[in-house]
Design a protein around this ligand. Structure first.
Ligand code: NAD
Length: 251
């Protein structure tokens, strides 16, 4: 089997208390990885961890706020830094018109989506280097890192930054055996956006996607596993779009 080499690998997933982060944690655990779920809400993490273990996986949790480097350092001091895989998933959208966007909200989005990705990647890469075994970092960006949409200036800017940061880290860390890639989802149906996508505005948006539907979380699995496993051993500095053709929609 193609992704068998994940067995026994240690994976850290940020923002794993729900949504895609939890989905990725469950996916990696099903493939035999020892997953560490991190997020700010410990209780939600512990419930998720219990479900993964009940399904036969191996999981543990740690509280971590990616906007706070002291929290990242404390979390890694608790669980160790010798990870093989990091999925930098934590992210927020912070929708607002650019004319109304408050400085604090800009900072919150950029601190979470861009600085957070760097801080966690740096701490984990230092551990990978010290352990001498290299590893794979998958940064969850977005198709909004390539194109724009109204009221999402901070989000789109942060995700473009994640794609460029991915390339910069891939260049520097290749010599350490660390691969760094970005996964750019299009619109994926999760609990958070289900209501919006059942509205008229949501429906209009879906009609602009060439495949005329939202993605399902499991449709990200192939790309995530490719980038996280040795199947992607010669892939670094890349970004993979999984978006039903949204980026090639007609202008
Ligand atoms: P979500 O809101 O369900 O999940 C985001 C997760 O990040 C939550 O677990 C939240 O607790 C965590 N988080 C937020 N701020 C944090 C912080 N400071 N420290 C630690 N954890 C924090 O959203 P989602 O749809 O699952 O999104 C996951 C990632 O995928 C995000 O980076 C998002 O930008 C990206 N993405 C999602 C979609 C989509 O359609 N759902 C599309 C493209 C990209």
């Amino acid at each position: 089997m193609m992704f068998d080499d994940l067995k026994g690998k240690k994976a850290l997933i940020t923002g794993a208390s729900g949504g895609l982060g939890l989905h990725f944690a469950e996916l990696l655990a099903r493939r035999g990885a020892l997953v560490t779920l991190s997020a700010r809400r410990k209780q939600a993490l512990d419930e998720a961890c219990a479900r993964i273990e009940a399904a036969g996986g191996s999981a543990r949790t740690v509280q971590m706020d990616v906007t706070d480097s002291a929290s990242v350092v404390a979390a890694l001091a608790e669980v160790g830094t010798s990870f093989d895989i990091l999925v930098n998933n934590a992210g927020i959208s912070g929708a607002a018109r650019a004319l109304d966007l408050k400085e604090a909200e800009w900072d919150r989005v950029l601190d979470t989506n861009l600085k957070g990705v760097f801080v966690v990647a740096q701490a984990v890469a230092r551990g990978m280097k010290a352990a001498g075994h290299g590893g794979a970092i998958v940064n969850i960006a977005s198709i909004l890192g390539h194109r724009v949409a109204g009221n999402l200036s901070a989000y789109a800017t942060s995700k473009a930054g994640v794609i460029q940061l991915t390339r910069a880290l891939a260049l520097e860390w290749a010599r350490e055996g660390i691969r760094v890639n970005a996964l750019c989802p299009g619109y994926i149906e999760t609990d958070i956006n289900r209501e919006f996508f059942s509205s008229e505005a949501g429906d209009q948006l879906v009609r602009r996607i060439p495949q005329r539907r939202l993605g399902k979380p499991e449709e990200l699995d192939g790309a995530l596993l490719l980038l996280a496993s040795s199947a992607g051993s010669y892939i670094t500095g890349s970004s993979i779009e999984v978006d039903g053709g949204h980026l090639v929609s007609s202008l």
